[in-house]
Design a protein around this ligand. Structure first.
Ligand code: GDP
Length: 347
């Protein structure tokens, strides 16, 4: 998108709108190509306006330039322990929350469940099931786990396929499972956004063919697993199912579901598999930045419906966006809790 300034955009948009409103007189005078180009300009100007407007609203009177310069720029020559992985991150964790180029400042301490609850009168989840409520202090402690430093080396460990190639260590593991392209790698990428570790993400489904291990100091490891569904690797059951069946240190599997599409047929198969393996897991709805409140509510309710029929699924689904960072601090706190690195009151 071109770098327009706000006032010139506004003027441009008004001028083009005016022209198009009188299109009955303008259109016959223009060839189709010129007319389409004018129309495209208007669409681009409008989307830029929406973007700038969102930035202004979210930055809450802070100058936009400041938010942008505060963002962490990943330089391409940074040492990467995972070759070929593209930097996809445009956000940074600030003292007061995540800051994204597009979405502005995201509050660290509120749970996105409360945001969708505000659209409906009835409670969308019972108090009994909505049990993971970390304090601000819990969230700050959990965030520290994901910041590299002395004694907290965060690194890409290895990619593996067969059981004999899996890394050996005595750390709890968190496994990320979900359909191809649902956003598993992006989620790990934002969790590790304070580090130099690069996690490859892709627009085309099925790029993660191996199990990728990321070590978080002496605390735990995160495992990105190949996706199921479209372009599923032939070795899927040999690698993923073997991994889940054999690893004793998997303390929680994060079942990633698209927040826009809700629970799919493939997801139900995966939920059944996790139930069969009797592995404790939790549903994480991702891409919530893309879902309108009504869609997100529908996806959330569909996740709850399935959760209620299960035995090993944690009662409270998590909602996250790897683009805006919303819900990420809550998830970091949950990871801290399930790996035994964080005590949370009431749990
Ligand atoms: P994976 O195959 O499950 O590892 O999926 P990826 O992490 O590679 O993501 C697939 C696509 O979804 C990429 O184009 C990402 O940019 C996009 N994506 C992932 N998470 C989000 C999110 O939270 N919001 C939005 N808007 N897009 C996302």
């Amino acid at each position: 998108m071109k770098a327009y300034n706000f006032h010139s955009l506004l003027r441009l948009s008004k001028e083009i709108s005016h022209c198009l409103k009188s299109s009955k007189t303008v259109r016959p005078l223009m060839c189709q190509r010129c007319y389409s180009s004018l129309n495209n300009k208007l669409l681009s100007a409008r989307s830029s306006l929406v973007l700038i407007d969102n930035l202004n609203k979210s930055a809450k009177n802070k100058p936009v330039e400041k938010s942008l310069t505060n963002n962490r720029q990943l330089s391409s020559n940074k040492q990467s322990s995972f070759t070929n992985h593209q930097p996809s991150r445009t956000y940074s964790q600030q003292k007061d929350g995540y800051r994204s180029k597009v979405y502005g400042l995201v509050d660290d301490f509120s749970n996105p469940i409360d945001r969708i609850q505000s659209f409906v009168d009835k409670p969308i989840i019972s108090e009994e099931n909505y049990m993971f409520k970390p304090t601000e202090e819990n969230i700050r402690s959990a965030q520290k786990l994901f910041i590299p430093g002395h004694g907290n080396k965060i690194q890409f460990l290895k990619s593996a396929l067969m059981e004999e190639h899996l890394p050996v260590y005595d750390l709890p593991e968190i496994a990320f499972i979900g359909r191809s392209n649902v956003g598993k790698s992006s989620l790990i990428s934002i969790l590790l956004s304070q580090t130099d570790v690069m996690v490859r993400t892709s627009k085309s489904p099925g790029h993660t063919k191996l199990l990728n291990f990321f070590q978080i100091g002496k605390h735990f490891t995160l495992v990105d697993m190949p996706g199921y569904g479209f372009n599923m690797p032939k070795h899927y059951s040999g690698s993923v199912e073997r991994f889940l069946a054999s690893r004793k240190k998997v303390c929680r599997t994060f079942m990633i579901i698209d927040g826009v599409d809700g629970v799919s047929r493939h997801d139900v198969t995966c939920l059944n598999m996790l139930e069969d393996f009797q592995i404790p897991y939790v549903i994480v709805l991702t891409k919530i930045d893309k879902a309108k409140p009504a869609t997100l509510l529908k996806s959330f309710m569909s996740a709850l419906k399935y959760q209620q029929q299960t035995t090993h699924c944690f009662s409270q689904p998590f909602l996250v966006s790897s683009m805006s960072g919303e819900g990420i601090p809550q998830l970091q706190a949950f990871i801290g809790y399930v790996t035994g690195n964080l005590a949370v009151h009431g749990m």
